[in-house]
Ligand binder design. Structure first.
Ligand code: ZN
Length: 242
């Protein structure tokens, strides 16, 4: 079985469409949360993902839009975008988001939006933070989103340390025997310096993982954000991938 692994779409429908068009055959989508917030097309992204067989987690922005998180925990731009999203969301979209879990075990993999230790909030930014999270799940591999950075961390149990794995794009990364925490990066608002939409393919039979990037017409998303009065800094950062 091949799975399309995506995260942090953030209502960027143009980026999501580019990923769906670019991804080779897959049987199911695994979405690691933050469907909404920041971008201009929250309802459309929620509808689009439901056209596929999929599982999906709730992220902090999804929770905030439902009122499950205090917006004071967000910076001004994120708060303003989230307030706009709240006013846009249809009752069907609300219903969909309200049913999403923040973490789950699925097909032998552990999935969490942010981290296995704190599924909604913790940022796994480096190997030392990743290391402390391995005791919070029991599967071989854990998949997370939230940082908007495509990255993999591998546990070296003997030396009691964790290392960052650099895997070239579109090149299969072997999973196992060492345990790993892997982030597919962000579809709708990458922050690793590459503005192209990020996604990954997981081959659960051959136990391989591939990171992928696909260019999309960023200016269309930016134009839609301008038309909706979304914060300028959020519009500009899309083309920088920061
Ligand atoms: Zn996010």
């Amino acid at each position: 079985m091949r799975y399309l692994i995506i995260s942090d779409i953030h209502a960027n429908l143009v980026a999501l469409e580019a990923v769906l068009a670019d991804a080779p055959d897959f049987t199911e989508i695994w979405c690691l949360g933050d469907l909404v917030g920041y971008g201009p097309n929250p309802n459309e992204c929620i509808e689009r993902i439901q056209e596929h067989l999929h599982v999906c987690l709730a992220g902090n922005h999804d929770w905030a839009v439902l009122g499950k998180l205090d917006l004071r925990n967000f910076n001004t731009d994120a708060r303003n975008a989230n307030t706009w999203t709240r006013s846009e969301l249809t009752s069907e979209s609300r219903m969909y988001l309200s049913k999403l879990p923040t973490h789950m075990e699925h097909e032998g993999f552990y999935l969490a939006h942010a981290s296995p230790r704190e599924p909604v909030w913790e940022y796994i930014l480096d190997a030392s933070i990743a290391y402390t999270n391995f005791s919070h799940f029991s599967t071989l591999v854990c998949l997370v989103g939230h940082t908007h950075v495509a990255i993999a961390f591998e546990l070296d149990e003997q030396r009691q340390r964790c290392e960052t794995i650099i895997s070239p794009l579109s090149t299969p990364l072997e999973l196992g025997p060492n345990r790993m925490i892997i982030n597919p990066g962000s579809v709708g608002q990458p922050r690793d310096g590459d503005p192209r939409a990020s996604y990954a393919l997981l081959d659960a039979e051959n136990m391989t993982w591939e990171f992928h990037r696909v260019a999309y017409p960023i200016e269309i998303t930016q134009e839609r954000m301008r038309a909706r009065g979304l914060p300028r800094r959020l519009i500009e950062r899309l083309e920088m991938g920061r």
